[in-house]
Design a protein around this ligand. Structure first.
Ligand code: CA
Length: 239
């Protein structure tokens, strides 16, 4: 049987959520696989090499972050974490360990599919851009020319400071991926100090204004309060 569908491994101990995901993923053209424990998830991951993993953090035999550590030793496959609303620290930890994004339970079909598409695209994008020095990025009306370090919207130059440009370029290189405050700070300034988050937020407020965001209306860059920022990866806003 020829099969070029994306393989998606769902690691989740609640049977009703597993079967809900199975149905949705299959009817949207993906090939779902499932596991109900961390140990089973590792086995499935090693034998099937899925393109994407949807991972519940609360598994019966181990913490889901244990799976992320395991997977990241050998693979850059996209990982979306499922978490309960109350566990912000767990989400941040999972993202810092290499998860691409997270979904908070309960979630709807539209949100799940949008995150799946964005994560598959971001893992493809980062494996390509890693191999290409320079190049270009484009989403909506925004274009980034990495060689010239230039950002334009509708062809008009957006004047960014060096730091602002570095932040925009970083987010674009990981478009579709939720990047935590901590990860961005490490990449831009090298090390964190007490003023880092404030400095990032000030820069980000200026960037979003320059890119045309209005209060309450996010454009190009989404802010998840207390977690981090994500640049959109497709023309249609995915949420
Ligand atoms: Ca669970």
């Amino acid at each position: 049987m020829s099969n070029n569908k994306y393989k998606i491994l769902v690691i989740e101990d609640e049977a009703n959520i597993r079967s809900f995901m199975d149905t949705i993923l299959e009817s949207n053209g993906y090939q779902p696989l499932s596991a109900s424990t961390c140990a089973e998830g590792k086995l499935m991951f090693s034998s099937h090499r899925p393109d994407l993993v949807i991972l519940d953090l609360g598994l019966p035999d181990a913490d889901g972050t244990e799976f992320i550590r395991f997977a990241r030793q050998t693979s850059t496959a996209a990982i979306i974490v499922l978490s309960a609303r109350s566990t912000e620290d767990d989400k941040i930890k999972a993202l810092d360990l290499g998860a691409n994004d997270y979904i908070t339970k309960p979630f709807g079909t539209g949100e799940l599919l949008a995150r799946v598409r964005a994560s598959l695209r971001s893992s493809r994008h980062s494996s390509q851009s890693g191999a290409l020095p320079g190049g270009k990025f484009s989403v909506g009306e925004m274009d980034i020319d990495y060689d010239q370090r230039k950002v334009t919207i509708n062809g008009i130059d957006i004047h960014l400071t060096q730091t602002e440009y570095n932040i925009v370029a970083l987010l674009s290189e990981h478009a579709g991926k939720m990047m935590t405050y901590n990860t961005i700070i490490q990449e831009i300034w090298g090390a964190a100090d007490t003023g880092s988050i404030k400095r990032l937020q000030v820069n980000m407020a200026n960037i979003r204004k320059k890119l045309g965001s209005k209060p309450g209306k996010q454009k190009y860059i989404y802010n998840e309060l207390g977690v981090g920022y994500r640049m959109i990866s497709e023309d249609k806003p995915d949420e």
